[in-house]
Write a protein that binds this ligand. Sequence first.
Ligand code: SAH
Length: 267
Amino acid sequence: MKPVHEVVASVSCLTFDDFLRTPADIVRGVRIDFVTIFPKMFEPLLAEGVIARGVKQGLLDVRVWDLRDYATDRHRSTDDEAYGGGPGMVMLAEPVLRCVDTVGGGHIVMTSPQGRIFTQGVARELAGRDHLVILCGRYEGFDERIREALQPDEISIGDFVVSGGELPAMLIADAVGRMIEGVVGNSGSVEEDSFFRGLLDYPHYTRPEELRGMKVPDVLMSGHHEKIRKWRKEQALRATLAKRPDLLAVADLDDEARSMLKRIREE
Ligand code: SAH
């Protein structure tokens, strides 16, 4: 059986030179398989945006599998009532296990509110794998034996419950996909994003220079690269201190950042 949506793209061979030029945190080429009862939900993800572009460029290889194709009855059931009673249906184990067998290999990610919380660090870790298979649950979630059989990497997008694993899976794929070198046009912009270096991003401005009485900070108009670099670094520290001080406790700060932070705190 073939996946309903198959976009096969080869990952170009790396030369040693490529490794030298590739920042250690950014890797190349990942295959992502989504396992779902709602394959159509992935069409927009593959039609436009960063993931779609990565696929077209051959940097990402994405496939969507319809769980119903792996059902064992003629109604193509993928869920059933819970043993022991209670409200809500449970995802049948057999279709999921059969589908995963057909995919063959890959690091199995189970979307679940009980998983470890998804962060930039987890995204980076997943981007280092060459093949991810993301299971999308529905209803009350998965038959427990799917966990037992597959020992998946359970991942939660936060301490709240959404009605299906498709949005969490797309969110995970987006954050992972944009770390693959070349997927986002300018890898520098990924490195400057919030969280990449353990800090929030600095403020951004574009045209016009003055808007409703609000001016772009002078330093950004100065053309003085070193001053701009320092200003941005300080602003990133200020934003993190004001909005997410918890991040500073674990951020890996260099000497310059530490002395800037000391000065800011003494103000
Ligand atoms: N009864 C389950 C929730 C099921 S919600 C529980 O309380 O643990 C249905 C599906 O939506 C889940 O199987 C999972 O695939 C997805 N889902 C819901 N919330 C999620 C979250 N915070 N992170 C990741 N996936 C989530």
